[in-house]
Design a protein around this ligand. Structure first.
Ligand code: ZN
Length: 342
């Protein structure tokens, strides 16, 4: 089956009351890990690439690996999503390349660092919505600024500096006609999210619930939502790593979000930790090894394990065969039938 749109996958998730993990990739092993986890758990899949990943993989490599994934796993609805597009041009180049979904992060200026004005964000996002919807491609926008930096993108603030204003979120959705909305509720990118275990209060779940009440039909997105499990940190540190103590977003808080309109959950750090721990273990225990397969295979397996666990925890497991994928052309026609209100 061809790549599907994010909108369809999230609409189905809303009907079923579950969330769908969006896992970042840079290379073949990560794509294979996610597709194997999806087959094992019978899950629909969102694979996302940041600008950094596109540069690292020269982007065409990534795209053709994704086509291979759809050939080899025809039973899995699979979305290819651009994570944190910094400008309309970046989003348009991804659409041109064959991405079926893009994030226009207009919460920051095109430098990817400086918080922007509301007016700039509306204009940039709306421009992408118009171009993307004409081709049936989905658009995620962001209002408020997330903490930390992801692949060089981010204001580097803590997660609480630019929380999403619920009233502004409503105006933003109306003015842009986007499909999914990333909100800032205290999460940050990277491994060092919290210096102690966060609670519902640290995470501003009340604000998320308020936004969902005002926008019940909008798919919410949680960024920076790796759980940074202690056991994966321990493996890295046991075999020579030097991670400082850190806490991620507890799975229970994500599950509370899913009960309140969160449909897409971005996870990258957990995969990175799993891969690095597995590679360190081989290097430590078998220093005579030099065949890359001897450490990439366990790395791929370790990532598959954590991804499969998240798919089960988010509730997407078992839903891969619930629906027939709609073509991008069908999606484009349905957008054309419901033009964006001005
Ligand atoms: Zn993000």
């Amino acid at each position: 089956m061809p790549l599907v749109s994010l909108r369809q996958v999230l609409d189905e998730a809303a009907k079923g009351g579950y969330g769908v993990g969006a896992f970042n990739v840079n290379n073949m092993e990560q794509i294979q890990a996610i597709m194997e986890a999806a087959r094992e758990t019978k899950s629909p899949v969102i694979i996302q690439a940041s600008r950094g990943a596109r540069a690292y993989s020269q982007d065409r490599f990534l795209y053709h690996l994704m086509l291979a994934a759809t050939e080899l796993y025809p039973e899995i609805p699979t979305v290819l999503h651009l994570d944190h597009g910094n400008s309309p041009e970046t989003c348009l180049s991804a659409i041109e390349m064959g991405f079926t979904s893009v994030m226009m992060d207009g919460s920051l200026l095109p430098d990817g660092k400086t918080p922007s004005s509301f007016e700039y964000n509306v204009e940039a996002t709306r421009k992408v919505v118009e171009a993307a919807h004409a081709k049936g491609v989905t658009v995620e926008g962001e209002i408020g600024c997330l903490g930390g930096i992801e692949d060089g993108h981010g204001a580097g603030l803590d997660g609480l500096s630019h929380l999403t204003d619920p009233a502004q979120a409503v105006d933003f959705v109306k003015a842009t006609g986007l499909d999914a909305l990333a909100i800032a509720i205290g999460t940050s990118h990277g491994a060092y999210k919290f210096s102690s275990k966060p609670t519902g209060e640290t995470l501003k779940m009340e604000r998320l619930i308020d936004i969902h009440k005002r926008l019940p039909g909008v798919h919410l997105v949680m960024h920076g939502s790796s759980s940074v499990p202690q056991d994966l940190q321990d493996i890295i540190n046991k075999y020579g790593g030097k991670l400082k103590p850190t806490w991620g977003v507890p799975v229970e808080e994500i599950q509370l979000g899913i009960k309140n309109g969160v449909r897409k959950i971005n996870v990258d750090t957990d995969s990175r930790l799993a891969i690095t721990g597995a590679i360190r273990k081989v290097f430590f225990e078998k220093p005579e090894e030099f065949d890359p397969r001897s450490y990439l295979k366990p790395a791929r397996e370790a990532m598959k394990k954590v991804v499969a666990l998240r798919m089960t925890q988010f509730g997407q497991a078992g839903h891969a065969n619930d629906y027939k994928p709609l073509s991008l052309e069908t999606m484009a026609n349905s957008y054309a039938a419901q033009p964006v209100a001005v």
